[in-house]
Design a protein. Structure first.
Lengths: 290, 317
């Protein structure tokens, strides 16, 4: 893909132009990452120095903020809750997306058009609208303050279903012919041929659902109670962080330490899997080029 | 760019005529709906039926502690929308549209510019790509806290940067005139990584022949961009605008953590007001009426997007 032209839209770009482009890119990248660096600086600073200009730009390596913040909330429990909720949501989403994507992409049955319209309509009914009725529903079913209410309602994904469907639509019909001649059942076909075929889609879904679950806030803050003392909280870590922030609002270094150690796992997760993340964003765009 | 070709193949595939043969029998089954049932059940129970239930709740003076004691109000909650008591519905609707407009215009322009800068780069430009995408992958709660320090008027980086450039400093989140721009700046930082990558995906699928032809015809770089690149990017741009509009209308967490809807309700959007009325002021019925309006606005945006992209049945939004 690297043709004779170095860059589109920059006809006749000189060497100086290429350097300028790189310098600009590095500056922009640094600007986007700088807030994270500054958070680490604040977390290692002395509490008194956050009251005036100029801002502190180099760390003082004062780790006491970290231990103070670490001992102020049951972080490990909150972290475990988030991992549990996110993992269960991912498993559920993978199963529902695989089955429904197979149904809409491969199978032909009465009501297919109608059901896929039902699934698409979900995109128009967003979380802020649903929070009131779902809260009433969860209250009636005694599901408030449980893991269930944080997992099951997010156990299906329109994006996931349509991504799996797209992968099945590219499948050559010969594969189906062969499977049919072999007399394989549909479920066996799905297990032994379907899953390997749509694996890239499943990876993208898993990453996106995991991150979406990790980053969700309005839903858990409404559906669970703040009960940090008792040690048996079912709240995820982001809600814990928000509660911690409203309690310790002026302890900037302690709060910055908490922000750093709660965000670090997500960042490492992203950096390890960044190619798949970017693939996921690209596949979201793929749908528009019909 | 294998993803790009994969995706375009996927989009092109449905046009292929159905073949006859054993595959046809394999596809046809009366039980096909059962495969979609787990997903459909989740959506029915937690999305579709509750949306209808929101309409129902919006007709009552709802008693959150004991729904049996609720009083029927008819359209009373909807009449209240025009009340002048703060925070008013109309001002929150305006704040939602202001935020959405700023995010759509700013987000589309910035991510298109970034994508043009970062396309077909080496390791260095790929590193910038990852750096720009990183905020999008980190939680809104945690990163909003970071930005409350950046916007702090005593020791924050934002004022320090303005000061170093000899520009007038700002109160940012402390002032009702600058709070919303501050939330927009934060949200752009958090969101443009995703839309930049979407544009990069679009740029990778452009036809090289058209650009060559433009250059042979003596087009300037700007003319080539305007008549060739931009024209071909239109479907991707429509997608970016639609997804940014819908996520911005729903945005809640940054308003909660950065500004709590304030100061003086200056950042109380429709989404924030739904939460505040229902769960802070415990007026569930009125909150539901606001949610119905928010739903109507979302449907409107979605339908407009569908109409502007006719024959494009594979797009998700």
């Amino acid at each position: 893909m690297s043709g004779p032209r170095a860059s589109r839209g920059m006809a006749g770009a000189s060497r100086a132009g290429r350097y300028a482009r790189r310098v600009l890119a590095v500056l922009i990248g640094a600007a986007f990452v700088f807030p994270f660096y500054w958070t680490v600086v604040i977390s290692l600073g002395r509490p008194g120095e956050f009251s005036s200009f100029p801002p502190v730009l180099l760390p003082h390596w004062d780790w006491s903020n970290w231990s103070r913040a670490w001992h102020s909330a049951p972080w490990l429990r909150l972290f475990g809750n988030t991992v549990l909720i996110a993992s269960c949501t991912v498993v559920l989403c993978l199963v529902t997306s695989l089955l429904a994507g197979f149904a809409f992409g491969v199978l032909r049955f009465p009501g297919r058009k109608f059901l896929s319209l039902v699934v698409l309509s979900v995109l128009m009914m967003p979380g802020t609208v649903l929070i009131i009725p779902d809260y009433v529903l969860a209250n009636d079913l005694h599901l408030l303050n449980t893991y269930w209410i944080q997992i099951i309602p997010w156990g299906a994904s329109v994006f996931g279903i349509f991504l799996v469907r797209q992968f099945f639509l590219t499948m050559p019909a010969e594969i189906l012919d062969a499977a049919a001649l072999d007399g394989a059942s549909r479920l066996r076909f799905l297990r032994s041929i379907g899953i390997p075929m749509v694996r890239p889609a499943l990876v993208i879904i898993a990453i996106n659902v995991f991150l979406g679950s990790w980053n969700s806030f309005l839903w858990p803050v409404i559906m669970t109670n703040t009960n940090m003392e008792s040690g048996d909280t079912v709240q995820p870590i982001e809600v814990g962080l928000s509660t911690f922030a409203s309690a310790e609002g002026t302890d900037f270094p302690g709060l910055a330490a908490a922000v750093t150690f709660t965000t670090l796992p997500v960042m490492i997760f992203f950096l390890l899997l960044q190619r798949q993340f970017i693939r996921g964003a690209l596949s979201a765009a793929g749908g528009v080029r019909g | 760019m294998t993803i790009a070709t994969e995706a375009s193949q996927a989009a092109a595939a449905p046009a292929r005529p159905q073949r006859r043969g054993p595959a046809r029998d394999f596809r046809a089954t009366r039980w096909g709906w059962a495969y979609s049932a787990p997903a459909v059940l989740v959506f029915l129970a937690f999305v579709i039926v509750p949306t209808g239930y929101t309409f129902y709740v919006s007709l009552w003076k709802w008693n959150a502690l004991n729904p049996a004691l609720s009083k029927f109000k008819g359209l009373g909650n909807y009449q209240r929308l025009w009340d002048a008591t703060q925070p008013t519905f109309l001002s929150s609707l305006w704040h939602s549209l202001y935020f959405t407009g700023a995010m759509v215009i700013g987000g589309t322009a910035i991510s298109l510019a970034l994508a043009l800068l970062l396309q077909r780069g080496g390791a260095l430009l790929n590193g910038t790509r990852v750096a720009v995408f990183l905020p999008h992958a980190t939680p809104v709660i945690a990163t909003s806290m970071i930005w409350t320090w950046i916007f702090n008027y005593k020791f924050g980086l934002a004022d320090w940067a303005l000061h170093s450039l000899h520009l007038p400093t700002s109160q940012w989140l402390q002032s009702s005139s600058s709070a919303m721009p501050a939330v927009v700046i934060y949200s752009l930082w958090h969101e443009v990584g995703f839309t930049t990558v979407v544009f990069l995906g679009g740029l990778a699928m452009l036809s090289d022949e058209l650009s060559e032809a433009a250059r042979v015809d003596g087009c300037s770089a700007w003319q080539e961009f305007w008549h060739v690149t931009w024209q071909q990017l239109k479907p991707v741009t429509v997608f970016v605008v639609a997804i940014t509009a819908i996520t911005s209308l729903q945005a809640f967490t940054q308003f909660y953590q950065l500004a709590n809807g304030g100061p003086a309700y200056a950042t109380t959007t429709l989404s924030y007001l739904v939460y505040e009325e229902a769960f802070v002021f415990s007026d569930t019925g009125y909150g539901a009426a606001l949610a119905v309006v928010l739903f109507a606005v979302t449907v409107f945006f979605t339908l407009v997007r569908r109409r502007t992209a006719s024959g494009d049945s594979h797009a998700l939004v």
